[in-house]
Design a protein around this ligand. Structure first.
Ligand SMILES: Nc1nc2c(ncn2[C@@H]2O[C@H](COP(=O)(O)OP(=O)(O)O)[C@@H](O)[C@H]2O)c(=O)[nH]1
Ligand SMILES: [Mg+2]
Length: 256
């Protein structure tokens, strides 16, 4: 079977290393995915391939959002189909959802396409990009060309888009819905992305905690320093008093 996404292999090997190190958070019991992108890019078709059913009508304009679910390897997978150029709001960030940015790999991708997509995703804030995968439809069109070759040859707008999505991409051939492996690979990539995001959140909390505790430590050091200073002053005062009385005593002796 054809492997469209070579970058996925590296993701996979990193995943097993992290698992071995016990770094991965527990897998999510439910996976939510939102299909976004321009009109006729293949969003509804990709949704049908993921669900392995024909739930979303294709070749007709999708006018409102529509969600369907299926079970994949014991996990509930929800897919939300959206109308073309649907603005993704920060509501998405409330649930652990992935954004699948559908791009037709067979058509040319211009700076105008990129601007439209960026506008769509920027509505949800910068954090949304760390939850986004570029999902190329029309994988059958690629033939013997690898998706990496296609990204390279297509030019700057597509390369920049893929980079903004953390170089996460996957290809689906919607004419070959029976190919379950292409869906399994996509699910693994999405899970890895969401797990990385959760790890980053934990790390952020950890850094915050370290900052708070180092501030507390500094405060304690200041208090300790003050106490030491007071003790030193007291000792010095005692010493000078001792010297003074000693001097007076010796002066008295000398007077005698
Ligand atoms: N050959 C081929 N055609 C596709 C593929 N994905 C989608 N299409 C076709 O592209 C057209 C638009 O697809 P659709 O899913 O309705 O796009 P949407 O408007 O983004 O939801 C339809 O004619 C689909 O049959 C694919 O992987 N290969
Ligand atoms: Mg549609």
């Amino acid at each position: 079977m054809r492997n469209y996404s070579t970058s996925y292999k590296t993701v996979k090997s990193r995943r097993s290393e992290k698992n071995a190190a016990g770094e991965n958070p527990a897998p999510l019991p439910e996976l939510r995915m939102i299909l976004v992108g321009g009109r006729k890019g293949g969003k509804s078709s990709c949704g049908n391939t993921i669900l392995n059913r024909h739930d979303f009508p294709t070749n007709t304009q999708t006018v409102s959002c529509c969600e369907n679910q299926c079970r994949i390897e014991g996990k509930t997978v929800s897919v939300l189909d959206t109308p073309g150029c649907f603005p993704v709001t920060s509501e998405v960030l409330r649930t652990p959802s992935a954004v699948l940015l559908v791009v037709n790999v067979s058509s040319s991708f211009t700076a105008l396409h990129r601007e439209a997509i960026e506008e769509q995703l920027d509505a949800g804030g910068s954090q949304l990009w760390s939850r986004t995968v570029v999902l190329f439809s029309h994988g059958d069109w690629l033939g013997d060309t690898s998706v990496e070759q296609r990204i390279e040859s297509e030019g700057e707008p597509l390369r920049r888009l893929v980079e903004r999505c953390g170089n996460r991409y996957h290809v689906l051939d919607n004419k070959n819905q029976g190919d379950a492996a292409q869906v399994t690979e996509l699910i693994q990539l999405v899970e890895e992305m969401l797990a990385a995001e959760r790890r980053a959140d934990v790390y952020k909390d950890d850094r915050l905690w370290r900052r708070v505790s180092s501030a507390e430590e500094q405060q304690n050091n200041v208090m300790l320093h003050r106490r030491n200073l007071t003790n030193q002053m007291r000792r010095r005062n005692r010493l000078s008093l001792d010297c003074w009385s000693c001097w007076r005593r010796s002066a008295g002796i000398w007077q005698k």
